[in-house]
Design a protein around this ligand. Structure first.
Ligand SMILES: NC(=O)c1ccc[n+]([C@@H]2O[C@H](COP(=O)([O-])OP(=O)(O)OC[C@H]3O[C@@H](n4cnc5c(N)ncnc54)[C@H](O)[C@@H]3O)[C@@H](O)[C@H]2O)c1
Ligand SMILES: O=C(O)[C@H](O)CO
Length: 343
């Protein structure tokens, strides 16, 4: 028997019972559900990551739909419990759904929702921020100032990488990868090399048109190249940002062999999913190559970092905040509620 978990109830007399495993930003999502005859139960347990048992207790004997989080393990146990409780929908408050066993959901007749689009620009902006922070050593320099170590301008102090005219590499040129590429191209006049299973035609057309615009204005045009292999991107790019989905084709996509072919002074950014990088191998690479820098929003064993990573000055690390703007998080919450309602 699962232990009961604490909840807050909205619209207690609502016909449909919807559970949200976390409180989410804004109030629009709550209004959407309560206006549509849902009794909403929001888990208020002081625990960052809920266990399968906690969620089983939340689902209980009768539940029409659940809004859940990327930190939860949505597999057969939860989907069959939701089905037994009369549920038809699980809405993941994230675009990435590697925490969801889609086959198990299908077997149990549960529809799945995710939240693409509303987080594209916010996530791309964080990837761009990490690119700059790593290239220009912002965090190291900030720590140096706060430690009272600055005693005057010096020619060698925190020398980093210039982006203008360099090559930005994107692996996974979908919504976020393409938005990030545009930011780096428009903002810093970088040339693009990308690898994806599919052609990013709109992105290519944008770079072509922007290159023509620059040329017409007497500036060096930017260029694009679709790489035949991921290795081509790793070899050629000065800044590489990872934006693929996490699945078995992208697990440890960055491994020791691929790290070894990257430029010694390259910047590597990951705002996709932690396991896309072999993080232990990355720590070794950072130790051996002090001019190689990374910006990481995601980690292989979240919330933990692999031993040694926190000590590396050439790593900028933030706690999975790429989609954390107010507008986006409220949008994700709204979309999560709508995904429940359409079912
Ligand atoms: N850090 C965060 O907070 C955060 C926020 C949003 C999204 N994400 C992650 O970013 C991912 C991408 O989101 P999106 O909205 O751009 O999705 P998307 O589906 O638009 O883009 C993913 C791209 O990856 C490509 N891809 C798939 N397998 C590949 C492979 N083996 N090699 C190269 N490319 C491959 C796809 O073809 C697609 O173009 C999500 O799945 C999620 O895991 C993380
Ligand atoms: O996949 C996602 O949406 C992120 O990791 C959180 O926004």
């Amino acid at each position: 028997m699962a232990k009961p978990v604490s909840i807050q109830v909205w619209n207690p007399s609502g016909k449909y019972r919807v559970v949200s495993t976390k409180s989410m930003p804004g109030t629009r999502w709550i209004r959407l559900l309560t206006d549509n005859d849902c009794r909403l139960e929001i888990c208020t347990e002081h625990k960052t990551i809920l266990s399968v048992d906690d969620i089983l207790a939340l689902i209980g004997d009768r539940c029409d739909g659940v809004i859940g989080q990327l930190t939860e393990d949505w597999g057969d146990v939860l989907f069959s419990a939701l089905k037994r409780a009369g549920g038809t929908v699980f809405s993941n408050m994230a675009v990435g759904y590697n925490n969801v066993d889609v086959e198990a959901a299908n077997r149990n007749g549960i529809a799945i929702g995710n939240t693409p689009g509303v987080l594209t620009e916010t996530t791309a902006e964080l990837a761009a921020s990490l690119s700059l922070a790593a290239a220009r050593r912002i965090v190291e320099a900030d720590q140096f100032m706060r430690a009272g170590l600055y005693d005057g301008w010096l020619p060698h102090l925190f020398v980093g990488n210039l982006l203008k005219g360099q090559t930005v590499g994107v692996i996974g040129a979908g919504r976020i990868g393409s938005a990030y590429a545009r930011m780096m191209i428009e903002g810093f006049k970088m040339n693009l090399i990308y690898y994806d299973l599919y052609q990013a035609t709109r992105l290519e057309n944008f770079v072509t048109a922007y290159g023509q615009f620059l040329k017409a204005n007497g500036e060096e045009p930017v260029t694009w190249k679709r790489a035949a292999t991921m290795e081509d991107v790793l070899r050629e790019a000065d800044v590489i940002s990872l934006h693929p989905v996490l699945d078995k084709t992208t697990y440890h996509l960055i491994n020791p062999e691929r790290l070894a072919i990257m430029k010694k002074e390259a910047v590597l950014v990951n705002a996709s999913r932690g396991p896309v990088i072999d993080e232990a191998a990355l720590v070794e690479h950072l130790k051996a190559n002090p001019m190689f820098r990374v910006g990481l929003d995601v980690f292989e064993d979240e919330p933990y970092m692999k031993p040694g990573l926190a000590d590396m000055k050439n790593a900028v690390v933030v706690p999975h905040i790429a989609s954390a703007s107010k507008w986006t998080r409220e949008g994700m919450a709204t979309l999560s509620a709508l995904n429940v309602l359409v079912w």
